[in-house]
Every structure is written in structure tokens, then in C-alpha cells.
Design a protein around this ligand. Structure first.
Ligand code: ARG
Length: 282
């Protein structure tokens, strides 16, 4: 039988094991505005947010991921965006220190969870919003700045992990966290593959991305505008916003298995799939 290129690529894409932390949005609502997506005047539906989140959760379980849960805290409506709760690499949990006062209590709540789960917790000195701005690709950590995490936290993370940390500057307030502008499709060393939105970065950062990832998937403004890049991949299955149709095609063509989920309610807070997902790496 003759196989197409895409079929060959699909056969080569194998999933890796994933362990993640999530937070059920029991207290989700939008009562303050700290990004352009949030409008406290627009009504939110907490039950719908929970139902949509549950589909994401069950999708991960169905993919065989080891899913852990942190208890949501009343009064912390953004706690559902677990990606911001810290950065967990090599068994070390580098805590988050939030830019905005409204989210600051989330930092200690997540650090307490990391501690009880047996991680080596490092209290942050610098402002950083966890995996929202830190993405592990191969052995390298891509680090966002411009809106939330301070670039001094990039140095702190470099000292703590001993890894190469590459600073990327974001310039569009709608894509205020690195995980809204970059999707890590394969993070395994030697197989690194990402997707990104070029216009979200300043020129020097774009030059770095082009040089390091010549085979990256470039995503359209339209797909990025539904937070299509805010996705989570095990190297074969990529869980994405169902509305990111162009990205879905690009992924299929590159041999991935895109799985669309609808998190429209959580988009009202400015977050999507990846925002709800914190990877735990022992
Ligand atoms: N409302 C939250 C904020 O503005 C959304 C966080 C989204 N998280 C993410 N990892 N991009 O902080």
C-alpha cells in the first residue's frame, strides 16, 4: 500500500507519558480585568466552565495521562489556570510570584501542593507566572517576558535548574503569556517541535525562534485569536481549541492527532487548554 507523507509522519509520532496538575474551576468567574480577554461586565457560567473543564480532564485521562488535582480556593477565580502555578522540572518546583495582586495568593497555594506531593520547592524571589511563561523544549527552557514574568526570573530559573533559558519578548497584549503564542508539540530532546504566532514576538525573539526551530508550524492570526496555540501535546496527540480549524489541519498534515475541546467559558478569563494544565516532571 502506498502511504502519503502525512501517514508516514503519523506512524512515526509516538506519545510520551505525561503527569499533569489541574484545578477544577468551581470558583471560576471574571470579576477583575488583568488581560484584554477579561470583561467583568460579561456574565460567566461557572457550571458550564466546570463541565467544559471536565471534558478536558477526561480527555487527558483517556489519553492515559496521570492527572493530579489541587483543591480550588474560594476567592481565587483564576486558579483554574494551573499552568501559572509554578514550573516543575527535574523534581524541582520553582514557585510562581504573580504580577497582579488578585492572583498573588495562588503562589503559596500551589507551593503547598508541590510540597505535599514531595517536590523540592524553591520559593521565587522574582516575578514569574510559572509555565504560562516557561516552556521546556528538549533540554532548553523558552522563557517569556514583556507582560507578566520579569526577565530576572529567567536568570533565577537558570540558576535553579542549571538549564539553558532563552528569553523571548512578547509584544501583543492579547498574547501576554508565552503559552498563548507558542505550542510545544514535541518536547523530547532530539525531536523538538513547536508551533508559534510570529506577530506575538519582537524581532530579536523572532530571529531566535526562526534559527532554533526552522521546521516550526506557523499559526494564523485567526487560530491564535481563539487561543489555538494554547494547547497540550504528548508528542502524538495534541489537545487544542476545537475552533482552531486551520491549526488542526496543520497538525494533521504534520502527522499529529489533534483533539479539539471547547473551553469557550474559560476563554472569558483569557485562558485555554494549556493554561489549565501544569506539567509535573520528576
Ligand atoms: N485570567 C488569567 C490571567 O490573566 C488567565 C491566565 C491564563 N494562563 C495561561 N497560562 N496563559 O492571569
Amino acid at each position: 500500500m502506498i502511504q502519503t507523507d502525512a501517514q508516514t509522519r503519523t506512524a512515526e509520532r509516538t506519545p510520551s507519558e505525561k503527569t499533569v496538575l489541574m484545578c477544577r474551576p468551581e470558583h471560576f468567574t471574571v470579576v477583575y480585568q488583568i488581560n484584554p480577554w477579561m470583561d467583568p461586565a460579561k456574565p460567566t457560567d461557572t457550571a458550564l466552565a466546570v463541565a467544559q473543564w471536565q471534558v478536558l480532564h477526561d480527555t487527558y485521562v483517556g489519553l492515559g495521562f496521570d492527572v493530579h488535582l489541587i483543591d480550588p480556593v474560594d476567592g481565587l477565580p483564576d486558579m483554574v489556570y494551573a499552568a501559572n502555578g509554578g514550573t516543575v522540572i527535574d523534581g524541582i518546583a520553582y514557585g510562581a510570584s504573580f504580577t497582579h495582586a488578585q492572583r498573588q495568593p495562588e503562589g503559596p497555594a500551589y507551593m503547598e501542593w508541590f510540597r505535599s506531593a514531595g517536590f523540592d520547592v524553591r520559593e521565587p524571589e522574582e516575578v514569574n507566572e510559572g509555565e504560562g511563561d516557561f516552556l521546556l523544549v528538549g533540554d532548553v527552557i523558552l522563557a517569556g517576558t514583556g507582560f507578566r514574568s520579569d526577565s530576572s526570573s529567567h536568570d533565577e530559573l537558570r540558576r535553579i535548574t542549571g538549564r539553558e533559558v532563552v528569553t523571548l519578548t512578547l509584544v501583543n497584549p492579547s498574547f501576554y503569556h508565552l503559552d498563548t503564542a507558542v505550542a510545544v508539540l514535541d518536547s523530547r530532546p532530539g525531536q523538538e517541535h513547536i508551533a508559534y504566532l510570529p506577530s506575538a514576538f519582537d524581532e530579536p525573539s523572532l530571529a531566535i525562534l526562526r534559527e532554533r526551530y526552522p521546521d516550526a508550524i506557523l499559526v494564523s492570526e485567526e487560530d491564535a485569536a481563539v487561543l489555538g496555540l494554547n494547547s497540550y501535546s504528548d508528542g502524538r496527540n495534541v489537545v487544542i481549541a476545537a475552533r482552531a480549524k486551520g491549526f488542526e489541519q496543520q497538525l494533521r498534515h504534520a502527522g499529529y492527532n489533534p483533539i479539539g475541546v471547547d473551553l469557550s467559558e474559560l476563554l472569558l478569563g483569557g485562558g485555554g487548554v494549556k493554561c489549565c494544565t501544569l506539567e509535573l516532571r520528576r
